[in-house]
Design a protein around this ligand. Structure first.
Ligand code: URA
Length: 431
């Protein structure tokens, strides 16, 4: 095939801070998906994009080209409006798990395409795989069937959906180019647009445990994605939310499923419940549903739990099987008494990763019971010798590396010291 451009011209243009034309962008994304542009050339271009940025037109065209690289899903056979939520990724962020069945219990359809862990952040599919028999890979027909029967489905994106993103995502992961706003925005939004949801609520994380730690950049990312959604006809709202401290009291696959079940049973940690309810109300409002039973009631009265159990068994999961438990445990205790002032999300996320909850290389088998259990959160009083964290792993040789990263992961001060935390919801952006 006679190619319209040469990759080196495109790389040089971005290196020299020039704008790429629509034709250049269309060709680049298509040629990379076809294997005409080599990984080393695309790596150079991704780094040039990370360093020199893209304007809104370029980001929008790049996103459209990624959508066009694959198929688009269609939910017109459903009798309820579709709404999805996407988080940019955090530590202990299990919100999708209680949220999808909850929003379905309140009347919307939730086609939730989720991912695997990336770096120090956990992945919804990995968490669900700690349920015996549960299957992440469904065909489009199977996905539609689960949605029709249960109102919600959480599964992996099929190979045909935004294949350009699959290649680019894997390359970004190993070339230090994950953190570029144009690349994150186009990666997330291309999948959501191809997924065919009518409305979308984005949870853009900021703080030490997020990919974008500076709240100003998180707001810019949120605005960029809301704008991309609007252009594509998807009603998109974004909340910028705190990820300075892990969400909830568990980080790690089966540990987070256990906490999800607590939330669906009407209990669970207050921050997880609060964010789940805020996002549920946003999702229902986005599709104009005023539920007869409020999300708060649906958590308390078992309606959300019923949808969860149906959804898990529709995907082969055994709701009655015990969850995996790690073989070894280690308590981390307070060396002094006082008020817990900080608990660093990034350090806890990396510790869970090193204990076996995350992958060190692509395709690695996870320890589903591994992770970190948190016993106190900033603002709580602790006594000397009290347990702050419990580390879980199947392999006790992993404790040393986890403990290494936990140095300085928390601080204890006097009872009058003020806890400095980001508010749970920092900003709301509507399209
Ligand atoms: N999630 C995605 O799907 N893509 C990114 O680039 C980052 C988080």
């Amino acid at each position: 095939m006679n190619e319209r451009f040469a990759a080196v011209e495109i790389i040089s243009a971005k290196r020299d801070r020039l704008e790429l034309s629509d034709d250049q962008i269309d060709w680049t994304v298509d040629a990379y998906t076809r294997g005409v542009i080599a990984d080393e050339q695309m790596s150079a271009l991704l780094m040039a994009i990370l360093l020199n940025g893209m304007n809104n037109r370029e980001i929008s065209r790049w996103t459209d080209a990624m959508v066009a690289s694959g198929e688009k899903m269609n939910w017109s056979k459903l009798d309820r409006p579709t709404v999805d939520k996407h988080s940019t990724g955090g530590v202990g962020d299990k919100i999708t798990l209680p949220l999808a069945p909850l929003v379905a219990a309140c009347g919307a359809a939730v086609p939730q395409l989720s991912g695997r862990g990336l770096g120090h952040t956990g992945g919804t599919l990995d968490k669900l795989e700690s349920i015996n028999g549960w299957k992440a890979n469904l065909s489009s027909d199977q996905m539609l069937k689960v949605l029709q029967e249960c109102g919600a489905v959480i599964c992996a994106a099929g190979a045909g959906l935004a294949p350009a993103d699959k290649k680019l995502y894997a390359l970004r992961d190993v070339t230090g180019t994950v953190g570029a706003i144009p690349l994150i925005a186009s990666s997330i939004m291309s999948k959501k647009i191809a997924e065919g949801t009518s409305a979308l609520v984005l949870d853009v994380k900021t703080g030490s445990g997020a990919f974008i730690s500076d709240p100003k950049n998180a707001t810019l990312l949120a605005k960029t994605m809301v704008d991309l959604g609007k252009r594509a006809g998807v009603k998109t709202t974004a909340l910028v939310t705190a990820m300075d401290v892990p969400l909830g009291l568990t980080v790690g696959n089966s540990l987070e499923i256990r906490e999800t079940l607590e939330v669906l049973a009407g209990g669970g940690p207050s921050d997880v419940v609060e964010l789940t309810l805020i996002l549920a109300n946003e999702m229902l409002a986005a599709v104009g549903i005023k539920p007869k039973v409020s999300p708060e009631q649906a958590l308390k009265n078992g309606m959300a739990m019923d949808v969860w159990q149906k959804m898990i068994s529709a995907q082969g999961g055994d709701n009655d099987a015990p969850l995996p438990v790690a073989k070894e445990k280690l308590e981390i205790t307070a060396s002094t008494s006082g008020k817990l002032l900080t608990l660093d999300a990034m350090k806890i996320g990396v510790a869970a990763w090193r204990l076996g909850a995350g992958r060190q290389k692509q395709g690695e088998v996870l320890q589903l019971g591994a992770g970190v259990e948190i016993h106190v959160k900033p603002g709580d009083m602790v006594k000397s010798g009290q347990s702050i964290l419990t580390l879980h792993t199947d392999d006790s040789t992993r404790f040393a590396r986890a403990q290494e990263v936990l140095t300085g992961a928390y601080s204890i001060g006097g009872s009058d010291d003020i806890v400095k935390r980001l508010p749970l919801v920092i900003e709301r952006i509507e399209g």
